[in-house]
Design a protein around this ligand. Structure first.
Ligand code: CTP
Ligand code: MG
Length: 229
């Protein structure tokens, strides 16, 4: 089934501490954002790519897109202050598919079969996200560092992107969040506030988001035997 995707690259990458937007960092000599975009360039079910960027980085992005030769058209949209604002701007640029995916530009290792399962799940249920069961023991901790309790991890998941939605649902969710000035850390949380179910599709632990400097080491290791299938 066909889908459009919004790829988010308009952040600052502060936690990466690289002095610039992490999207431009090289992994095995190719910029992070190019690794991510190439996944969707190669997926025949992806009918349109909307790339949300910091307006100030337009020239740099455009020259990368020329250098790395894409067959699909990549529509460039200016991002906003928060991630949620960037998604909102991306939603305004959609071209008419029934399903939209929202994906972090900083997450270059999502496998295509997971994307297709995710799209099917969203088509059936309206909203779906990729995720993995947490591996560590999870505890709730008070401000004074004392442990309050241990959370039963059997039903706790770590949530990734892409997140997939029927377009009317995610637009309604963002509209409501904007009206109520609610800021969520992902798009699914906005849909949850509508009282609608969001379903998880189990992904793998390689679908990391590059957030802090050591993630670059993990990324190089993953890339050393990477296949998108
Ligand atoms: N993002 C965006 N617009 C924003 C903030 C974030 O498009 N206003 C994007 C980032 O470019 C990234 C994704 O959302 O691909 C996930 O966000 P995160 O990992 O937090 O990236 P940054 O916000 O860039 O990093 P940091 O929070 O460390 O500054
Ligand atoms: Mg951020």
């Amino acid at each position: 089934m066909q889908y459009e995707i919004i790829v988010l690259a308009a952040g600052q990458g502060k936690r990466m501490n690289a002095g610039r937007n992490k999207q431009f960092l090289m992994i095995n000599s190719v910029p992070l954002i190019i690794h991510t975009l190439k996944l969707f360039e190669e997926d025949e079910c992806c009918s349109g790519i909307i790339l949300v960027i910091n307006e100030k980085e337009t020239d740099e992005i455009e020259s990368l897109l020329q250098e790395y030769l894409f067959n699909k058209e990549i529509k460039i949209v200016a991002g906003g202050k928060e991630r949620q604002d960037s998604v909102y701007n991306g939603l305004k640029a959609l071209c008419g598919e029934e399903i939209v995916l929202v994906h972090d530009g900083a997450r270059p290792f999502v496998k295509i079969p997971f994307i297709h399962s995710l799209v099917d799940m969203a088509n059936t249920h309206g909203s779906a996200v990729l995720g993995v069961p947490v591996k560590e023991t999870i505890k709730q901790v008070a401000e004074d560092s004392a442990i309050i309790k241990t959370i039963d991890r059997s039903d706790v998941w770590s949530i990734q992107t892409p997140q997939a939605f029927k377009v009317e649902i995610i637009k309604q969710a963002h509209q409501k969040a904007a009206e109520e000035e609610f800021l969520g850390t992902d798009d699914a949380s906005l849909v949850e506030r509508l009282g609608k179910n969001v379903y998880i599709v189990e992904s793998d632990y390689k679908n990391i988001k590059l957030t802090t400097p050591e993630d670059l080491l993990f990324a190089e290791a993953i890339l050393s035997n990477w296949s998108n299938r």
